[in-house]
Design a binder for this molecule. Structure first.
Ligand SMILES: O=C(O)CCC(=O)C(=O)O
Length: 153
């Protein structure tokens, strides 16, 4: 994607996405999510729920440029078939996403994630999740369902 096209998408998303800043619950305490979000999902996908919040799932059909972006992602990862999109808008340096793994049950045991950024350049961080090992457990023997990576900080 050219930088010009990428900025075109940036302005489209900024203006036309119905951004919300939901209240989520972290360790039982309500707090405003520190960024704007919007959720797009293919028909038939189970409802997404995280931190006590169930976002409304918009259809891809409402936002044709998102379908173009999805096509680009599918081209970049041949054979992929992404079924949903969580959009995040970071308005300034105070907005962020905390360390987390995308391990919601509805995405299955080995979810595939693609990430695409528009706007200013920023760091995208990943770290290997730490976990307790039992005595004698061989490295790489952990439960298959574990999602091993966390992102970003
Ligand atoms: O905005 C990002 O780079 C990461 C977003 C993310 O990890 C998420 O929404 O699950």
């Amino acid at each position: 994607m050219t930088p010009e096209k990428s900025w075109e998408y940036f302005h489209y998303l900024n203006k036309h996405i119905p951004w919300t800043k939901p209240t989520i619950h972290v360790f039982g305490k309500p707090c405003l999510q520190p960024r704007d979000v919007c959720y797009i999902a293919s028909e038939g996908l189970k409802e997404l729920s995280y931190s006590g919040y169930k976002p409304n799932a918009y259809s891809w059909d409402v936002f044709p440029p998102l379908k173009e972006i999805l096509d680009e992602v599918h081209k970049a990862f041949p054979g992929s078939q992404f079924n949903s999109l969580l959009l995040n808008r970071y308005n300034n340096g105070n907005d962020y996403v905390g360390w987390h793994s995308d391990d919601e049950k509805l995405y299955g045991n080995t979810p595939e994630i693609a990430s695409i950024s528009f706007g200013c350049e920023r760091d995208f961080l990943l770290k290997k999740r730490s976990y307790k090992k039992s005595k004698g457990e061989v490295e790489g023997e952990g439960p298959k369902t574990r999602t091993e990576w966390e992102k970003p900080g």
